[in-house]
Design a protein around this ligand. Structure first.
Ligand code: ADP
Length: 472
């Protein structure tokens, strides 16, 4: 089969969160299973662009409303990522350093999607599957079916994967003229609550809808930022497929970002060397359990609770714990964290920003990973933590339910709590502190057990292929 993934992110080209990890890995594993997989994404001005060799494969122009634009499609020459990588260049719109966060994101991603459809329509043959991811590519299933210029693609199967339904790409009806001429009888397929809603449109128009965990699919029916009824209505064509992790990139035995590589047998020694490195760098006490948080400092991740939860844990557990936060996001949360860092010097430290290398070191050297998320469609952090023998402390939501079992249950290996609140986090930290100081053997058993759990992409990649096969 020939599968085209269209996405705003793909690791290592450009990554903001889990979407990048998934689109960097799933196509690679599909290619390993013998399929032709291509990833198409915007040509941002990232390091990857300048460090690799490219060939021009297509040049054309299109319209965003009355605005004419040129676009180029370039291809990475060596296939080093394990799939064909194509970047779409649109000067003035996509030539930026960041992926999202510009005032003209609507114009940027709409023109990107138009260029992709235009390019695919120009092919002599048709791909078997066009697989789009989240709202920045959500208009494609509609455009493939109902824009007159892209009729060539009308019978090509489209699939949308929902990595995060909180963001939907809303745009006013006054921008409907951005799309190339379309069948106006079908306007209802773009619409939700009086706006054009690209994510809702993808759910309506794609042949299949997938979410990145089973529990998230159920949650969307009662909590999806306004789309609850739509997910209920479209449940017949929706399935949950749990994300995998790229075991080649995330392997404590070979990970070159670590101070010391290790496997399950040497988990104790390996982790303590990495912990020593972190505690040295951040002025923390290596004899105390180290709790880390890695991620976007936003409400969805319940990052606003961290400052209070950390202070209250330090008081309640008599200073027998250390905390390190790696992330960036809402300015209020960042500054509150900076305050407690000064208040609890030697117990708390932060790295406000993005660091791929530090994240790897933290998964390896921490004892516990905190994920109090309010919303977590799948969550990759807890799966990386499991692979590196770091006990995840998670709120029971979305993919965290599907991947973490509390150690109070038979063969449990993590810590779970129900409410995204300071008290539940503090209490769970207490259970972890107790494990660390008083149940060392159990903790080592848990670490070795979790390192043996297989969350690799092989099985999830097969589930996607079965879904595609069903569309033939
Ligand atoms: P989301 O996509 O909602 O942000 P996921 O758990 O699916 O959350 O994926 C988060 C990914 O981003 C993980 O690979 C995590 O390690 C990485 N990440 C998040 N924030 C940072 C950061 N500040 N520095 C390094 N890596 C980060």
């Amino acid at each position: 089969m020939e599968i085209i993934h269209v996405s705003a992110e793909c690791y290592p080209v450009a990554k903001v969160g889990g979407l990048g990890d998934v689109v960097g890995a799933l196509p690679k594993y599909q290619a390993k299973l013998g399929h032709i997989t291509k990833v198409v994404m915007p040509m941002y001005r990232t390091k990857f662009l300048y460090e690799n060799d490219w060939e021009l494969v297509h040049q054309s122009s299109q319209y965003l409303g009355p605005q004419w634009f040129n676009y180029n499609v370039i291809k990475e020459k060596t296939n080093k990522l394990g799939f064909d990588l194509y970047l779409v260049d649109i000067n003035g719109l996509l030539d930026r350093e960041k992926v999202y966060g510009y005032d003209d994101d609507t114009e940027r991603f709409t023109s990107f999607q138009i260029a992709v459809c235009d390019w695919l329509s120009s092919w002599q043959h048709k791909p078997d599957i066009v697989h789009v991811h989240d709202h920045p590519t959500g208009l494609i299933p509609f455009m493939m079916k109902y824009c007159y210029a892209f009729r060539h693609l009308a019978d090509v199967s489209s699939i949308v994967t929902i990595h995060n339904a909180q963001y939907q790409g809303w745009m006013g009806w006054d921008k409907s003229y951005y799309l190339p001429a379309w069948d106006t009888w079908k306007g209802g397929l773009l619409e939700w609550n009086n706006t054009i809603n690209p994510l809702a449109s993808a759910v309506k128009c794609a042949w299949k809808v997938t979410t990145v965990s089973y529990s998230y699919l159920n949650e969307l029916k009662y909590m999806s930022n306004g789309l609850e009824n739509l997910f209920e209505y479209e449940k017949g064509k929706s399935v949950g497929i749990l994300n995998g992790i790229d075991n080649e990139v995330w392997d404590p035995a070979t990970d070159h970002f670590l101070a010391k590589n290790y496997d399950a047998e040497k988990v104790d020694k390996g982790k303590s060397k990495n912990k020593k490195e972190i505690c040295g760098q951040f002025g923390l006490d290596g004899d105390k359990p180290l709790f880390v948080f890695i991620g976007r400092l936003v409400g969805e991740k319940a990052a606003d609770l961290l400052p209070d939860a950390i202070s209250s844990s330090i008081y309640q557990h008599h200073g027998n714990c250390n905390f390190l936060v790696l992330g960036s996001g809402e300015p209020d949360v960042e500054s509150h964290l900076e305050t407690i860092k000064h208040q609890f010097g030697g117990y708390v430290n932060t790295y406000i920003g993005y660091s791929e290398s530090l994240s790897h070191l933290l998964y390896a050297g921490a004892d516990f990973l905190l994920m109090p998320s309010r919303v977590e469609p799948c969550g990759l952090n807890q799966m990386y933590a499991l692979r590196y023998g770091t006990v995840p402390i998670v709120r029971s939501t979305g993919g965290l339910i599907d991947t973490v079992k509390d150690f109070g249950e038979y063969h449990g290996f993590g810590i779970r709590f129900d409410q995204a609140g300071v008290w539940d986090i503090t209490y769970s930290v207490g259970r972890a502190v107790d494990l660390y100081y008083h149940k060392k053997n159990l903790l080592t058993w848990m670490q070795q057990y979790m390192m043996g759990i297989d969350h690799s992409w092989e099985s999830s990649a097969n589930e996607y292929l079965e879904l595609y096969e069903g569309l033939k």
